[in-house]
Design a protein around this ligand. Structure first.
Ligand code: GLV
Ligand code: MG
Length: 344
């Protein structure tokens, strides 16, 4: 079900409390979770929510986004206790202006609703998003959206404050990725989870998210492209998951080129060193950034002052499509903190 249709359904459902439908309308009209939606996510640092030590260290790591995990990096017996640790960390640690997210457990466990009620209900405004793992259908995103609305109402957060990041980690999730990406205006990103995905499709590998030398090409190219199309068609940021060989940063740099070149916004980091590599890989170079500026300027003069739509720029022809490509570099570069080199 697409987002706007879903919201129309709520608006005309007579049995719903009036202010609830008004809140939903306001949220969908004014756009949700505006603070974090367009922030960079070149590096997304995973932090186990059960570890005081890792939680304390997380704000010191230079990463665009940090998520505090209640899912697979937390042992079953620690799941409930980790919620309070995560809340305490969000409320008390110095998070600067990075995107701050909590990954809850998937809907097929017994923990999801408790995770949301306890964490969102107590974390305060600094929490930007909830990450929902192993999403298999649009209904799972809708369920999270509805639960978040109730929790926001009860704890005094603005309706729509909390965004959603959805992970695609199963064959079914990939088949339904178009509907998933359109399921809620709260969605900010779609993420590929290579480790769970490899298990789901029964790929014979024991390490997720790394190159397979025996395979002639990129074994995940189809998956990367499929998720990218669904994400971009719905205006989402698109993120690649973890690279599990955490001591081999050269291999990470090489592997991350695949999704960087396709157009992904960033990738998960499991260590501070991985975050440093990814901040570099997913930023345009200064040379690309300057060239994008030059293209825009040359094109503007040609179209506005000389009424020319296609022209030569060095030894290349540029036109309106070149302007669109250049704008993407500027957005990425500005998000990454670049500014134009001074021209002589
Ligand atoms: C991440 O959650 C993965 O399964 O790769
Ligand atoms: Mg996973």
């Amino acid at each position: 079900m697409r987002g706007p249709q879903l919201y129309l359904f709520y608006i005309y459902a007579p049995w719903l409390d009036e202010s609830f439908t008004e809140d939903l309308c306001a949220a969908s009209l004014h756009g949700m979770s505006q603070r974090s939606r367009n922030l960079p996510r070149r590096s997304c640092l995973s932090t186990p929510g059960s570890s005081e030590r890792f939680l304390a260290k997380a704000p010191t790591v230079t990463a665009d986004m940090t998520f505090l995990d209640l899912e697979d990096s937390v042992a079953p017996n620690e799941k409930v206790a980790a919620r309070a640790r995560v809340v305490e960390a969000i409320r008390t640690l110095p998070w600067d202006d990075r995107v701050l997210c909590v990954r809850v457990n998937a809907w097929d466990t017994k923990w999801t609703y408790g995770d949301v009620i306890e964490v969102v209900g107590n974390a305060g405004e600094r929490l930007d998003e909830i990450m929902l793992p192993k999403v298999q259908s649009a209904a799972e995103v809708v369920a999270m959206d509805l639960l978040l609305t109730q929790v926001e109402k009860n704890c005094g957060l603005p309706i729509g404050h909390i965004g959603i990041e959805a992970q695609i980690e199963t064959a079914r999730g990939l088949i339904n990725v178009d509907e998933i990406c359109a399921a809620s205006p709260r969605l900010e990103t779609i993420i590929f989870g290579p480790a769970d995905f490899a298990a789901s499709i029964e790929m014979p590998v024991l390490t997720g998210g790394v190159a397979i030398p025996e395979y002639p090409g990129d074994h995940f190219n189809y998956v990367f492209s499929r998720i990218l199309m669904a994400g971009r068609a719905n205006g989402l940021q698109v993120i690649d998951g973890p690279f599990l060989k955490v001591r081999d940063n050269d291999a990470l740099r090489e592997f991350a080129q695949r999704t960087k070149i396709l157009g992904y916004d960033g990738k998960w980091a499991l260590t501070p060193d991985q975050a440093a590599v990814l901040n570099e890989v997913y930023s345009p170079t200064q040379e690309q950034f300057d060239r994008a500026w030059d293209i825009l300027e040359t094109y503007r003069v040609a179209t506005e002052e000389n009424n020319t739509g296609a022209l030569m720029f060095g030894d290349e022809m540029i036109d309106e499509a070149s302007r669109k490509m250049a704008i993407k570099f500027l957005t990425r570069g500005e998000r990454a903190g670049l500014s134009r080199s001074t021209t002589a």
